[in-house]
Design a protein around this ligand. Structure first.
Ligand code: ADP
Length: 188
C-alpha cells in the first residue's frame, strides 16, 4: 500500500524560537513529509518580536531542512490547519505541566475540528527552556549560548537594548502569562 503523504503544522508564538523548538522541528521532520512552522499573530499577546521578525529568524534557521517551511497566521489554529490541508497539529512537550495544558488544547481542537495533535518530547537539556524564560535571562544579561541559536541571541540583545532605551516593543513576558487559554486556542 502506498504511504500516505502527511502534512503537519507546528503552531506557536516562537517569541523567539529556541533550541527546544528546533529540537521538536528536527524530530518532526523525520516523521512528516511536510512540516509548516506556523507563527501565531496574536491580537492579545503583546510580543517582543513582530510576526515578520519571528518568521525571518526561523526562516534563516530552517535552510537546508527538507520539507520544513515557516509562515505566520491569524485566527483560529484549527481554521488555519484546514486552510493548509494539514493532517495533524504538532506540539512540543517539556514537562507534566505542559501535558495538562496541551491535553486540554488538543481535546478542544479535536472536538471542534476533528484534527489530531501529535506530541514530541524535547531532549532533556531543553526541558526547562521557554521563550518567556529566555527573554527574562536575556534582559538580565545571562548566558544563553546553549539555549538559543546565535543569530537569535544577537537579535534579542539588539531588541532589548532598543526596548530599554524606550524605542522598542515593551516586554511581553507578563502579558503572555496573563494570556488566556482562549487566546491559545485562537492562535497557539
Ligand atoms: P505557545 O504560545 O503556543 O505555547 P510557544 O512558542 O511557547 O507557543 O510554544 C510552541 C510549542 O512548542 C508548544 O507546544 C510548546 O509546548 C513547545 N515548546 C516550547 N518550548 C519547548 C521546548 N523547550 N522543548 C519542546 N517543546 C517546546
Amino acid at each position: 500500500m502506498a504511504k500516505k503523504f502527511v502534512r503537519a503544522i507546528f503552531p506557536g508564538s516562537f517569541d523567539p524560537i529556541t533550541n527546544g523548538h528546533l529540537d521538536v522541528v528536527t524530530r518532526g521532520m523525520k516523521l512528516f513529509d511536510e512540516l509548516v512552522i506556523a507563527v501565531g499573530r496574536s491580537p492579545i499577546k503583546n510580543q517582543l518580536f513582530t510576526p515578520e521578525e519571528r518568521v525571518e529568524m526561523i526562516d534563516e534557521l530552517i535552510k537546508g531542512m527538507p520539507g520544513v517551511s515557516v509562515e505566520s497566521f491569524e485566527g483560529l489554529t484549527v481554521e488555519y490547519a484546514a486552510r493548509k490541508k494539514a493532517d495533524v497539529i504538532l506540539r512540543g512537550l517539556r514537562s507534566l505541566t505542559d501535558v495538562q495544558y496541551e491535553f486540554q488544547l488538543a481535546m478542544t481542537n479535536r472536538a471542534v475540528a476533528g484534527i489530531e495533535t501529535i506530541f514530541i518530547m524535547t531532549s532533556e537539556q531543553y526541558g526547562f527552556t521557554s521563550s518567556t524564560l529566555i527573554r527574562e535571562i536575556a534582559s538580565l544579561g545571562g548566558d544563553l549560548s546553549n539555549l538559543i541559536p546565535k543569530s537569535v541571541h544577537e537579535r534579542l540583545k539588539q531588541r532589548l537594548k532598543t526596548r530599554d532605551s524606550g524605542l522598542g516593543t515593551r516586554d511581553s513576558a507578563s502579558d503572555e502569562r496573563r494570556a488566556t487559554s482562549e487566546d491559545t486556542i485562537l492562535n497557539t
